[in-house]
Write a protein that binds this ligand. Structure first.
Ligand SMILES: *[C@@H]1O[C@H](CO)[C@@H](O)[C@H](O)[C@H]1NC(C)=O
Ligand SMILES: *[C@@H]1O[C@H](CO)[C@@H](O)[C@H](O)[C@H]1NC(C)=O
Ligand SMILES: *[C@@H]1O[C@H](CO)[C@@H](O)[C@H](O)[C@H]1NC(C)=O
Ligand SMILES: *[C@@H]1O[C@H](CO)[C@@H](O)[C@H](O)[C@H]1NC(C)=O
Ligand SMILES: *[C@@H]1O[C@H](CO)[C@@H](O)[C@H](O)[C@H]1NC(C)=O
Ligand SMILES: *[C@@H]1O[C@H](CO)[C@@H](O)[C@H](O)[C@H]1NC(C)=O
Ligand SMILES: *[C@@H]1O[C@H](CO)[C@@H](O)[C@H](O)[C@H]1NC(C)=O
Ligand SMILES: *[C@@H]1O[C@H](CO)[C@@H](O)[C@H](O)[C@H]1NC(C)=O
Ligand SMILES: *[C@@H]1O[C@H](CO)[C@@H](O)[C@H](O)[C@H]1NC(C)=O
Length: 887
């Protein structure tokens, strides 16, 4: 969350900060000649020697480079280009551990190959089976300068490129005049075409001949430009680090294969607690503990399931983290609320920001203990702190690279969130971790700026003396070689849209120093993801052995292994409603951060009844479902309007009945990176009409969600591939023909949801007010056959909370020729029954129905001619396999 309208600093319309360089100038650079090419097993190395007169576009060209190419697995090639003569920054292994290469890989049997031309040096990656070129730098010389790196590849015309986020553009990126900038920023309103909170320099490219991926492991600021003048191309413009590419073969048939291959590099997502799929309510602007308590009671009175209550920074004393305001949110009353929630199987989450109030000598423990441990990010001179101005006023920032910071953070969590004497939270919410600062660059006097901006708001006391002596002197570790670099104003300016565009604007200074000698210039984009790790660890330390829910704003590649994410400060408008779908598809479908959602009903500005109703229903298919808004916006809890309350009840009924289905998908994602949300083209890779679709998506593998996308409209034009679908509520078959279909009469309390043919869904028979209660309800199976008359599915279950559950249950469902076979390992007792099985698309009355081979009585089943549903009553304990057959 950030400033609401009243505190908004007028937007500075800056001079265009991005440097536009005539592509011809860059293409006229000399490039390199490859010499001393050596092949050793699966690795090729070469020296790259500048091939002619340096072009020195943004600094002097580096004379000699080292190229190392490794076939790491059958489907992955690592291409790394470094400057052997200088100590350049690389993303630390502690933040993104590198995958281990498979020693047995045989390059001649790899799915993709590396090819090169020695003079001038260029390289390409092609698919072995077809020789189709996937990436090629031909005729675009590589440029390698101290603060500027450039690699450019040709692309097919109208290439289908996805990823390169976080962004709020269309899911399939435009191929004309597009710049994707990577520089974490507090991006109020999440504008399109601009850099946002997180950075995931991975793209998937889809062709009807296959889907591959390209990951650039580099955390420096960069612009990736996609353009279609003189042929379509994609160009990396990076202001530091090294060229560290991973090329992923993906697959020629299954687009989700590349997602699993990407997970092999950055890690598969963490499992989250079962309860975290329940509905979450939050807002900025709850005035006191009574407000919080009333919301909990109102949800209950409105019979809308509320799983988790959240509180934003309002609870803090003068907006200082790890404090409660004794007058507005007294600890004993807040503890009463938390106890109430826990005794009703509900949960509680509070926000924690990274910035700590700079309050020397005021007895503010979190600050004093950090001084003691000397863990604050340092100013460039190494002897004073890198100060910012955030919610509580002037702040310091924890240095996540300092070896002592994890212990400090864990301890602060233990103290403040102490179950016995503090607030016993169930999950953590971390914000402002770009890191965001309200201080405008040059932030030479954060004290003055904090005062000017009334930070903390409504505070009347003076800020502390800016010249207060600073404690402790640090020993600097070896620093990355930035001699001669201009960190504040690099010669190539990325298109950062924070404030004036200066790299240090609205964030920590880029020359701020970390304990390990690294500077923010290189590591800025890692700040939020490192805070995520520290917070995840602190939460696990509070409740050892239990999974936790940590929701962050800023992420980097790999963040999903520890945390979930919300899409930041959107607006209550239809554009943000619509583009949230591309946002969740990017995070869950590509970036391996599946626990994701946008603020339902919108964060800033006032929502409307119908927008909020539609959004409640769309949001029920976000993996992370939370209603949240800003302090100056009207209240938008679902019970505020009858339509929204009804929409919420209707859709939570669907979401909760599907909860074990999505929980199973999350387990699969945790195991191997299989996406929990799927754009349509993941399932229909040969159907070009699906490639641009980002207003419909699959929740899990089989639930097609087609929300209404326009205001005041009760219909939606949705695309149905050539396949069979079943309406989720009526269960009637619907035959897609590869065309748009207008679905009419979609009133304000319903959303079109279809089951894709080929699925067996384990549904809870009915919904419940909490997920704890839900786990006590019976299952029913819905068998939705494909056009071939087959279907399959699975169920994973465990205690829902343990990091390493002592027991688990895995059930497989398969259906063919009228026979449903259920087999499984029932290690974790489900404790409930399967009440019935419903077979869909059964065109004629069944003659016999056999359960475990035994003919059942006619009263045990019914068949509906109109809906073509055969409903078989079972009531069999869900603790062993069984079969049901109809003929
Ligand atoms: C190539 O190898 C030779 C022999 O080891 C060495 O003298 C030369 O410096 C190398 N060239 C480059 C550009 O690394
Ligand atoms: C690079 O190769 C080209 C073509 O073979 C040659 O003309 C040029 O002199 C080489 N440059 C260097 C620095 O060796
Ligand atoms: C760049 O090269 C020029 C010409 O060789 C030299 O005068 C200048 O000092 C170099 N600049 C840096 C920053 O190394
Ligand atoms: C490999 O590169 C060479 C030289 O550019 C080119 O002639 C050849 O066609 C390439 N092979 C493939 C399979 O792309
Ligand atoms: C795309 O190419 C056009 C024409 O050369 C140019 O004006 C525009 O700046 C380019 N856009 C990007 C993002 O590079
Ligand atoms: C490219 O996009 C930029 C930024 O949106 C815009 O200013 C410019 O006019 C566009 N150029 C072309 C050729 O479309
Ligand atoms: C939202 O509604 C409130 C209460 O009606 C009003 O004071 C406020 O100005 C509205 N905000 C916007 C951005 O329209
Ligand atoms: C939707 O209806 C409301 C109320 O009649 C109206 O104010 C609004 O302008 C309409 N929006 C659109 C996009 O037609
Ligand atoms: C479906 O409708 C969308 C939006 O109007 C359109 O862009 C798309 O081309 C249509 N698809 C087909 C297959 O007609």
């Amino acid at each position: 969350m950030r400033f609401s309208a009243v505190f908004l600093v007028p937007l500075v319309i800056a001079a265009v900060s991005a440097t536009s360089t005539d592509p011809d100038i860059l293409d006229a650079c000399p490039g390199y000649n490859a010499t001393n090419v050596t092949t050793h097993g699966a690795t090729l190395t070469a020296s790259l020697v500048l091939a002619g007169q340096p072009c020195n576009v943004y600094g002097n060209d580096t004379g000699t480079l080292l190229l190392a190419v490794t076939y790491e697995t059958k489907s992955r090639i690592h291409v790394k280009i470094t400057d052997p003569s200088s100590d350049r920054y690389e993303v630390p292994e502690s933040v993104v551990p590198r995958p281990k290469p498979d020693p047995s890989v045989n390059p001649s049997q790899a799915d993709i190959r590396f090819n090169y031309t020695a003079s001038p040096f260029s390289f390409s990656i092609y698919r072995s089976s077809s020789k189709e070129v996937l990436f090629s730098t031909a005729s675009h010389p590589i440029i390698f300068e101290p603060q500027y790196l450039r690699v450019k590849t040709n692309l097919p015309d109208n290439a289908n490129i996805y990823g390169l986020g976080e962004h709020t553009d269309s899911f399939r990126l435009p191929t004309s005049n597009t710049t994707r900038t990577f520089w974490s920023r507090d991006a109020y309103g999440v504008p399109s075409g601009s850099n946002l909170y997180g950075n995931h320099p991975i793209y998937f490219e889809h062709r009807t001949t296959g889907t591959h991926g390209v990951f650039l492991l580099n955390s420096n600021g960069m612009d990736v430009k996609i353009n279609d003048t003189a042929g379509t191309s994609l160009e990396y413009n990076i202001i530091g680090g090294v060229l560290d590419f991973y090329f992923l073969a993906g697959s020629t048939t299954d687009p989700t294969e590349v997602a699993r291959q990407y997970a092999d590099i950055v890690g598969a997502p963490a499992e989250v607690p079962y309860w975290s799929f329940g509905f979450h309510q939050c807002r900025f602007g709850y005035q006191n503990y009574i407000d919080v308590a009333n919301v909990i009671m109102n949800y209950s009175a409105a019979s809308i399931p509320l799983e988790t209550m959240w509180t934003d920074i309002d609870y803090m004393y003068k907006r200082r983290i790890f404090t409660v305001d004794p007058d507005y949110f007294p600890l004993d009353r807040m503890r009463e609320i938390v106890d109430y929630l826990h005794s009703h199987d509900q949960h509680f989450v509070l926000m924690t920001d990274p910035a700590i109030a700079y309050l020397p000598g005021e007895g503010y423990g979190p600050f004093d203990r950090g001084v003691q441990d000397d863990i604050w990010l340092k100013a460039a001179n190494g002897s004073s702190y890198s100060l910012g101005a955030v919610w509580p006023g002037v702040t310091v920032f924890p240095d996540w690279f300092n070896e002592k910071t994890q212990d400090y953070w864990t301890n602060e969590f233990k103290l403040f969130y102490d179950p016995t004497n503090g607030l016993d939270i169930d999950g953590a919410w971390i914000d402002m971790n770009e890191p965001s600062s309200f201080c405008n660059y040059p932030c030479s006097d954060p004290f003055a700026q904090a005062q000017e901006q009334d930070l903390p708001p409504a505070r009347t006391t003076s800020p502390p003396d800016p010249n207060a002596p600073i404690l402790g002197q640090t020993t600097l570790h070896k620093r990355v070689d930035h001699s001669g670099d201009d960190l504040q104003n690099p010669p190539y300016m990325i298109d950062n849209q924070a404030g004036t565009g200066a790299l240090s604007d609205k964030t920590a200074y880029v020359d701020a120093l970390h304990a390990n000698g690294m500077v923010e210039y290189d590591t800025h984009n890692l700040y939020g993801t490192m805070m995520s790790t520290a917070t995840h660890n602190a939460m696990v330390a509070r409740r050892p052995g239990l999974r936790t829910l940590v929701i962050t704003r800023s992420t980097f590649a790999g963040a999903g292994t520890r945390v979930g994410k919300w899409l930041g400060d959107n607006f209550s408008d239809w554009d943000h409603y619509r583009n949230s779908i591309a946002g969740i598809l990017g995070m869950a479908g590509i970036f391996q951060v599946p626990m994701v959602g946008a603020d339902i009903c919108g964060y800033a500005d006032n929502t409307t009844e119908t927008l909020c109703a539609r959004w409640a229903m769309l949001g029920a298919f976000y993996p992370f479902m939370r209603d949240h808004n800003a302090d100056t916006s009207i209240s938008q809890e679902f019970y505020r309007w009858p339509t929204v309350a009804q929409a919420a009840r209707n859709v939570l009924d669907i979401r909760y009945r599907l909860l074990d289905y999505i929980y199973t998908a999350f387990h699969q994602a945790h195991e191997n990176g299989t996406p929990v949300l799927n754009p349509l083209w993941y399932k229909y890779p040969q159907d070009p009409a699906t490639f641009p679709i980002d207003l419909q998506f699959f929740y899990g593998d089989s639930i097609l969600v087609s929300p209404v996308t326009e205001e005041n409209v009760t219909s939606v034009t949705a695309y149905f591939p050539q396949d069979v679908f079943y309406d989720f509520l009526t269960l009637e078959p619907f035959h897609g023909t590869g065309a748009n279909v207008t679905l009419n009469d979609v009133n304000f309390t319903s959303i079109p949801v279809h089951i894709r043919g080929g699925a067996v869904l384990p549904l809870r028979e009915k919904s419940a007010m909490t997920t704890t209660e839900l786990r006590k309800t019976d299952f029913e199976l819905v068998v939705a056959p494909s056009t071939q008359g087959t279907a399959s599915g699975s169920l994973y279950a465990d205690d829902g909370v343990s990091v390493t559950p002592s027991a688990s249950t895995t059930v497989e469902f398969s259906y063919e020729k009228g026979l449903l076979t259920v087999t499984g390992k029932f290690g974790y007792p489900l404790g409930v029954s399967v009440s019935r099985v419903r077979f869909l698309g059964v065109g004629s009355a069944p003659k016999t129905v056999l359960v475990n081979g035994v003919k059942t009585k006619g009263s045990a089943y019914s068949w509906n001619k109109d809906s073509q549903v055969l409903d078989v009553t079972l009531n069999t304990p869900f603790s062993r396999g069984f079969t049901v057959q109809h003929s």
